[in-house]
Ligand binder design. Structure first.
Ligand code: BYC
Length: 472
């Protein structure tokens, strides 16, 4: 049964917060600190109101409630997907036993670590995007930015709820620290690398929502399989919201590529800078960067951490129940790439320790769908060019390739070759400056910046020229 949320509560929720006064008080004490963080490090552009989707309950009709809302009145709620009766753990050494409704003592530290890492990414992305509102290419895009930001804020709430409800004092301390680390901070950076990179322009924002949010989709997918049922239910609900973020990335890059292709055809040149477009070379370099730093988010391809998470029943595989094996993997092996004597070779390792790579290959397939889509747009407009994903060893800071220089095509090169060719493969200072020169706000309903095509449709059946945001 879905406990529907009372939206007049200070913290809308479907977890019967009123029935647990201690937990309610703890979360109400955290709330003003969250609000202070949002004011300090959330979106810098102040809008009067924004056409937002708000989750007001976890059931079909309630999770996507649309309306213009002043941001300071937005309520970040706590929503878990409905409980599945008699849910059982689907993998690892506890396979077949009832899913846990409480934290198993022996896995407390590991579970807490997973929640903290997941929770840390959510406010980080809001911090990374805080200045983008000032240069939005349209009101439609500005609205999407705010939507992504409030939902990342809600995802932080989701993890903080679990920390407060199940991890006692330590959980509360960790919840405080989630507001104290900051993206890019020298003293207290965010935990994972990609979340300390600046999101300096809208091309980076679309790449981030395509590639980095997609890591979120896959990580949440593995946590949705967790034997710890409250985590599973939390992630199942988060995944629905996450889908919108990826739509923003996919269609954002679609629209950039479409506009570039139009300009290439109209002026019969690849050099669309003269006409205010984004050359495909720059799109490819941004893609190379965001894809490679997002691959780092999967951890090393050989990891005992992931083997332990799986065996313990804490973190499963993508679509675990659809896999045709024994779901324990103790006797299986899997191939991973390593560098041996200056060559990339595939070696077999225990399948359990290769699970980060298992997830990464699901991610690769999904990322490739976008590339195919963008190449279709280029093909249809006769651009005669394509985009591609770089090799998984390219520009890596984590895992088997971290100590090597690998080209986007997958050849190992020495440091000197890398240095002389890096500017072909990764965004240069000149690229950043050029893209920055295009970042001028367009706040008139229905109008778009010249470097991006309009979206095919508006939000929630509204027209593209709808006044999605009322500025002050
Ligand atoms: N940067 O055993 P290894 C999202 C550390 S995105 C820095 O190979 P493991 C979102 C690692 O902690 C999804 N450090 O890795 C998207 C370990 O340290 P310890 C976020 C890194 O543990 C957009 C050591 O290196 N959720 O939701 O198997 C907007 C050895 O690592 C990095 C999750 O990630 C790195 N990139 O896997 C908003 C799910 N990678 O233990 C939101 C929860 C590794 O030796 N997290 N290290 O001190 C996990 O499942 C795992 O922690 C990881 C790493 C997949 C991240």
């Amino acid at each position: 049964m879905t406990l529907s949320a009372d939206y007049t509560d200070r913290i809308p929720n479907n977890v019967d917060l009123r029935g647990d006064r201690r937990l309610q008080r703890a979360l109400e004490a955290w709330q003003p600190r969250f609000m202070q963080w949002w004011r300090d490090l959330g979106p810098d552009l102040i809008a009067r109101d924004v056409y937002l989707r708000t989750a007001i309950s976890a059931d079909r009709d309630g999770w996507a409630h649309f309306g213009h809302i002043p941001l300071e009145e937005y309520r970040w709620g706590i929503f878990l997907a409905d409980r599945e009766p008699d849910r059982r753990i689907a993998f690892g050494e506890h396979m077949g036993t009832p899913a846990w409704q409480q934290v198993p003592g022996e896995y407390r530290a590991e579970l807490q670590r997973l929640l903290v890492v997941q929770g840390d990414t959510e406010p980080a992305s809001v911090e990374q995007q805080r200045l983008l509102g000032f240069t939005a290419p349209s009101l439609y895009d500005l609205r999407n930015l705010f939507q992504v930001n409030v939902e990342e804020g809600r995802h932080l709430w989701a993890m903080v709820y679990l920390l407060h409800a199940f991890f006692g004092r330590e959980g509360r301390e960790q919840a405080e620290e989630l507001l104290m680390r900051h993206s890019g901070s020298v003293d207290a950076p965010r935990i994972l690398g990609a979340f300390n990179e600046p999101t300096r322009d809208w091309l980076a924002f679309f790449m981030f929502t395509y590639f980095t949010d997609r890591d979120g989709k896959f990580q949440l997918g593995t946590l949705a399989e967790s034997g710890f049922d409250p985590l599973s239910r939390t992630c199942r609900f988060m995944l629905r919201e996450e889908a919108h973020h990826m739509m923003v990335g996919t269609t954002g890059i679609d629209r950039v590529v479409r506009r570039t292709a139009e300009l290439m055809r109209e002026h019969d040149t690849d050099d669309v800078k003269r006409y205010g477009g984004i050359p495909l070379d720059i799109v490819q370099r941004y893609l190379n960067f965001h894809y490679s730093v997002s691959l780092d988010l999967f951890g090393g391809e050989r990891s005992t951490n992931v083997a332990n998470y799986f065996t313990a029943g804490l973190k499963g595989r993508w679509q675990e129940e659809r896999r045709g094996d024994d779901h324990r993997l103790t006797d299986l092996t899997a191939g991973v790439d390593v560098v041996v004597d200056g060559r990339i070779e595939r070696v077999d390792i225990p399948a359990l320790t290769a699970l980060n790579q298992d997830l990464r290959s699901e991610y690769f397939t999904d990322c490739n769908n976008g590339v195919r889509r963008w190449n279709r747009i280029l093909d249809e407009s006769g651009a005669g060019r394509t985009l591609s994903l770089p090799h998984h060893g390219f520009n890596r800071g984590v895992g088997a390739f971290a100590a090597y220089r690998v080209t986007p095509e997958g050849s190992l090169v020495d440091a000197q070759t890398w240095l002389s060719r890096e500017g072909e493969w990764l965004p240069t200072q000149a690229d950043f400056e050029y893209i920055q020169s295009l970042m001028r706000p367009v706040f008139e309903p229905g109008k778009m910046a010249a470097w991006i095509a309009p979206p095919a449709t508006g939000i929630n059946g509204q027209p593209v020229d709808y006044e999605y945001v009322h500025l002050t």
